[in-house]
Write a protein that binds this ligand. Structure first.
Ligand SMILES: [Zn+2]
Ligand SMILES: [Zn+2]
Length: 347
């Protein structure tokens, strides 16, 4: 089969790779139809690592995928060839303390698609995944929507971690695909007022189209004062989706006493800081968000029912041979790209 391999910093090649085979009774062989390019993939592409996870070349990336079942192992009874599926990229052990206490997303023996040394990525014609990672999707969902199930499940999980649900007044700082996913989930859940900020004007336009009540451009605007002028008593929840020290500080300023900041963005720096005086006086809660837990089916339902229209965030398409171009575009935020999707098989 063909697959797109990272071969060095900002280097990617289409190469032949051995066809993956069913090895365990619960394995499913999936033809990959489409893959969304995620910020984490691009991070491996431009820097060769995320924190301590370092790529050993050649390596395949891609974990937001839409596929079609080709073959199932002997122990799989609820999936059959031809079934279109969304893939949960996390494979878990089912036996550790975390799995047994309902926290498979922090499984101690986990393997995630495209994480260096774990599972090979999905920018390939075929992958093998355990049946529990394959979620059937209804016919009314197109491949773009199926690839967005993964980021939307993260948005849904982040929303579910807000202590009062839905939060009445919330802000989302940073509206790449994950921030926009949080926005769709808050909107669907019935939040009354949703504030959004970003550095990029076109992302704010997309956020408005997807239901933001107020948007502000970080930089030219004093977004914190403007938001607090509209919400004097402060916000219930702030979803930090940019991973920057400045936006973390803004969360503390924006929250009402007793409010919650949800740290969704992945900071590139090793340490961040908070003002303990304001954090303590306001008794602010800090909730970290690790990917998602049990929200894949909910994300499928939100899209297929029409409650969440994810299509405005899909801005560009490529074929497998154009994977490198897709990564370059996302890496440089070119041409207003938000979500670039690589159509791998079948077009
Ligand atoms: Zn992703
Ligand atoms: Zn486990």
């Amino acid at each position: 089969m063909k697959a797109a391999f990272l071969t060095g910093i900002r280097e990617m090649e289409i190469r032949d790779a051995p066809d993956p085979r069913i090895a365990a009774p619960d394995d499913v062989l999936v033809r990959i139809d489409a893959v969304g390019v995620c910020g984490s993939d691009v991070h491996y592409y431009t820097t060769g690592r995320i924190g301590s996870q370092k790529v050993e070349y050649p390596w395949t990336v891609g974990h937001e995928c839409a596929g079609t079942v080709v073959e199932v192992g002997g122990g799989v009874s609820d999936l059959a060839a031809g079934q279109r599926v969304a893939i949960d990229p996390l494979s878990t052990c089912g036996r550790c303390d975390q799995c047994l206490s309902g926290r498979p997303h922090t499984c101690r023996n986990q393997a995630f698609l495209a994480c260096p040394g774990q599972l090979p990525g999905a920018l390939a014609e075929y992958i093998v995944m355990p049946a529990q990672c394959c979620f059937p999707v209804p016919e009314n969902m197109n491949n773009d929507e199926v690839t967005i199930v993964e980021p939307l499940s993260i948005g849904l999980y982040a929303q579910s971690l807000a202590p009062e649900n839905p939060p009445k007044r919330a802000a989302i700082l940073g509206v790449g695909p994950i921030g926009l996913s949080v926005l769709l989930c808050l909107r669907a859940a019935g939040s009354e007022e949703i504030f959004v900020t970003d550095l990029l004007g076109e992302r704010l336009e997309t956020a408005t189209a997807m239901g933001a009540d107020w948007t502000g451009r970080h930089g030219p605007q004093d977004v914190v004062s403007e938001m607090l002028a509209r919400a004097e008593s402060g916000l219930d929840c702030v979803f930090e989706c940019a991973g920057q020290q400045e936006t973390l500080d803004q969360c503390v300023q924006l929250l009402r006493p007793g409010g919650t900041m949800l740290a969704v963005g992945i900071p590139e720096i090793e340490r961040v800081s908070f003002n303990p005086d304001i954090m303590r006086r306001k008794e602010i809660r800090l909730q970290n968000v690790r990917r998602q837990n049990g929200c894949v089916q909910g994300a499928i339902d939100l899209i297929s029912s029409g409650q969440a229209d994810v299509m405005p965030m899909v801005t560009h398409h490529f074929d497998l041979a154009g994977s490198r171009e897709a990564f370059e575009m996302v890496a440089d935020y070119r041409d207003g790209v938000i979500k670039a999707i690589v159509n791998v098989s079948g077009g």
